[in-house]
Design a protein around this ligand. Sequence first.
Ligand SMILES: [Zn+2]
Length: 322
Amino acid sequence: MIEKIAESFYMITLPMPFRLKHVHVFALVHDGSVSLFDTGMNTPETFSTLDESLKSIGKTIRDIDRIFITHFHTDHCGIAGRIQEISGAKVAMSEMDARRIYNDQKKGLDFDQVKIFYREQGLREKIMDDLLELLSSFRKATIPFKVDTSLEDHGSQKVGDREFEVIPVPGHTSGQVCFFFRGEGILLSGDHILPEITPNLSPDPYNPGFRPLKSFLDSLGQVEDLPVIKVYPAHGDPFSNLKARVEEIREHHRERKSLVFESVKGGPKTTFQVSLDIFGQDLPEFDQFLAVNETYAHLIELEEEGLIKQKKIEDLVIHSVV
Ligand SMILES: [Zn+2]
């Protein structure tokens, strides 16, 4: 599905076999070429939908000469390598996230390290095995590609006669960026700001000092005052009330943090046990993993505030009030 959002600027909706079922990518046509913002997953359906969508505007995958990526998750750049192979497109993404892909692909996620971390948080062994399998399948789902430009600087990029700003918004991943077209008030928000849900916050196994919740909340401040007319998220419908949405998201995390604090006040617990208080007992396995990540992100902020502390007891990390 393809929809025009501005002159020579299109939103293409690509299928996804799980969860949110779709991801939006954006195509900017200039001087006969196409710049693509995010790519979708590496599946035959993504390829054919992208191809058909571009053909409907008189372009093909071969015309893609640049790819700009918001973050390293497979639904955002999984098929970039295949496009690059076909068209020779140059790829730009943040160095932080490029390194994440490189580390994952070269060494393979350091499963022992990941396992130790989640075991300490109290995640059940069975969930962990399924989880590692899933993470490894995600890794395989991204075709390796070469990154030509790093997007670390808060710089401007030029595509045809359009200019856009790259805005680093660490949180959902440590290298996530948004793209802002000031002239038209268009914000491509990636997964940073979504209309219905908040992006999952999880620790970065290669960057232990990373505080996902604090970074994410700081990054909301990076975009809320921009003169945005319309936000185009990677998932869900475009929307215009950015400031109101930012406030809602802040409120959501304030509430969640106080629930996490209440849970720990009820007695010492592992991260997993706290997550059961917050998210309930009946989550599917992968969601239990996401719930532990999200809970962990809040626990470490409560700890920073001096309200709770953690202690290792045998092989488990236990949180309790100070
Ligand atoms: Zn994502």
